[in-house]
Design a protein around this ligand. Sequence first.
Ligand SMILES: NC(=O)c1ccc[n+]([C@@H]2O[C@H](COP(=O)([O-])OP(=O)(O)OC[C@H]3O[C@@H](n4cnc5c(N)ncnc54)[C@H](OP(=O)(O)O)[C@@H]3O)[C@@H](O)[C@H]2O)c1
Length: 281
Amino acid sequence: MDTNFTLRGGIVMPAIGYGTYKAADGEDESHIRMALETGYRLLDTASFYGNEYLVGKAMKESGIERKDIFLTTKVWKADLGYETTLKSVECSLKRLGTDYVDLCLIHWPKPAPFADYWKELDRGSWRALEKLCRQGLIRAIGVSNFLPHHLEALIKEAEILPAVDQLELHVGYMQEAAAAYCRAHGIVLQAWSPLGRRRVMEDLSVVRMAEKYGVTAAQLLLKFLLSLDIAVIPKSSTRERMEENLNLPDFELAWEDLSFLRCLPQSGWSGEHPDLARVPV
Ligand SMILES: NC(=O)c1ccc[n+]([C@@H]2O[C@H](COP(=O)([O-])OP(=O)(O)OC[C@H]3O[C@@H](n4cnc5c(N)ncnc54)[C@H](OP(=O)(O)O)[C@@H]3O)[C@@H](O)[C@H]2O)c1
């Protein structure tokens, strides 16, 4: 299986990255540094995570050349709009201690689920990202948590098309409509919460199938997504689990097992949806 995805414009993105949400407590960047030591070469952060400074510190301390790390950040929903997006990226770059990011995403399509002025705000953010992309401060631009109707509105007026849509995607929450739209428009899918924050790892059919292939439940869930050409960014706070998630054994899932996992009823959903009030889980 290819360990990279190629985005629009030929930009190469690792298929497995390290998710940094809640990976750093306070001033401690050791987990992020550990992820780089383990071999991760994609770090996923966001202005909202409050850890960009620590991600920058870990990159610097690792001694790994900047060009060898694929760095993603995001513009938070409170910063949607042209000027605020320009400012948000400028601040992110300062905190990260770098002069460019590899991928910058609009984190959520709306400032609030019932806001009716989101199309204009998204358009403003996108124009800002296009400008920063042309200036070389961002190599690729994309979105997160955009469903087909959000993407359709954005694409209609875009000069540069989104390279990536980072969505909550895991067994039990496959978002088939959004995934089909992205595939049809050449947008690479990247799964956040690929392990369903552990919730789907306990599903008995997942546990049994993992046993059948002689792998862990986490490895089965990640391989499942990668087999569908979906990039993944699992988060872990131990070296052992970081290795387990990055160094997947060489195995192929049978078509019937892929189909079974793809068709399981909804489970493990985070409760977050761009157009709905948060559902407690
Ligand atoms: N774009 C968005 O709106 C959005 C939203 C949420 C997340 N994200 C991104 O996606 C990344 C990953 O998502 P996530 O952290 O929500 O969920 P996740 O990666 O599905 O799950 C993380 C949880 O699984 C555990 N875990 C990891 N590997 C394991 C293994 N091999 N065996 C057993 N348990 C394991 C971790 O525990 P330990 O830490 O104790 O190892 C942690 O509790 C985030 O860090 C963030 O970068 C993006």
